[in-house]
Design a protein around this ligand. Sequence first.
Ligand code: UDP
Length: 504
Amino acid sequence: SLHRASPHALLLPFPAQGHVIPLMELAKHLCARGVDVTFASQHDIHIKLLRSWKGHSDSWSLHSSIQLRCIPEMLPSESEGASPSNWLKALEHGSFELLRVLESEGRPVSCIVGDFLLGWTSSLARRASIPDWVFCPTNASVLAMYLDLNSVISCGYDPFQSCGSAPIEPSDSQRASHVAEFPLGVTTAVFPIKAPFGKRMYDWMEEVLLECVNRIAEAKLGVLCNTTVALEENVLQVLHSRIRKGESTHHNRFFRMIGPLVTNAAAEHKASRASFWQEERDECMEWLDKQPPASVVYVAFGSLKVLTLPQLHEVLLGLIASSHRFLMVVRPNTVVSESYGMSDIYWEAQDGDVVPLEKALPPGFSSPDQQRLYKIVSWAPQTWVLEHPSVGGFFSHCGWNSTLESLWCGVPILGWPWIMDQVTNCWLLSSVWNVGISLQCNERGEASRNEVESGVRQLMGGAATDKLRAQAREIKDKIREAALHNQEITSLVEEIGSVSRFNP
Ligand code: UDP
């Protein structure tokens, strides 16, 4: 029998900052249009979100129909083993339990939106007879390349092996031309995933990513990408061509561009984002207020990248040598000794490996004279910073959220990609959208102070700066226009309403 349920979406983020932020933006859009949202995360993330929201009481009233919930902890059984991939799978059991709890509270879930990188959200939805979408927090070009993973591997190219970010060698491009269905004519040099520091990517990352890619077509209602046609006009067709014809899920709206999902700094002046760390908001904004227009380079490498001590020194000394003002984010626990192992990279460094910031600055660095020209904070309100008129450029690792936020604010980028989609995003910025330049570095991804100095000079005061800024302004206008008339979100909300009415 059919019963009437009110629209209630369960949103399941992958437990990482760059995944939680855009999904929370989607939650805000949905709740502004009358959908009840339960935003359920793994325990540690849930605690961080509670802390972030409580620090800004306005968030509660602004988004009162978003309920933050903790996924009940169900650890992998001993026979399954405690690998990160099993740990991720255990979240599926917890989420199934949460569905039961919500039902018993009289708030049955009418649809699920689960992060692509969890891999299991469609099977959870099937098990519970609830329709679902998969959420892909990256752009469509990267997703198209992920969907090519199997064919790329079968052609003999190993994307999980580091290629650094050295310029593409002729042998590589010849090889790429053999890759039958490469989207957009890209070469191996811009294919995502590369491991950092000349190493190979974790086996479990490879296992998880391949499984997620292979399961993406299981989403009952489709895949939502955080991008817009204003940026990636023809890529939807490429995506649709990647799903096998005849698959039951295949229809021409299976992939959708629902972005750009970016925190609207102006409208939510006081409200918090879903930040894992305490934002040093007043410190950043007051300092920026005192700087001349477009004079500051904002330096931040996202929520995961770590820097070795020598590398931090090269970056800082290069910035100082450029003579440009800068505002830099150095997260707690991210400056590590050179012996730091690849195996720890994806999570916060352990205490023993961490170099505290006071001890990490190059000798003589914090002289009062220099201090007027720069500021270092542990976490910034990034969208607010990028929107500030004093900021003239962004030295970034090219995470997709950072990239989109910079485009949204019309700020050109100096890109220093590290891993995963960052490599591809940097290429899109510099070679497709022409709003960025990429930092020269060695095949291990390391940059010298001279390279940093020269990159920052090119970004902030070089021959190409005016052109980069003009192009960035143009893209900013285009994507804000697209966001203003975002029909995709409207139809998503309509569909959530219609699946709710007929939920068995
Ligand atoms: N971010 C922030 N403050 C900072 C640094 C980063 O709020 O000091 C936010 C940034 O705005 C972005 C997210 O953290 O939304 C990082 O996501 P991204 O995809 O750029 O990189 P990742 O952390 O996944 O590598």
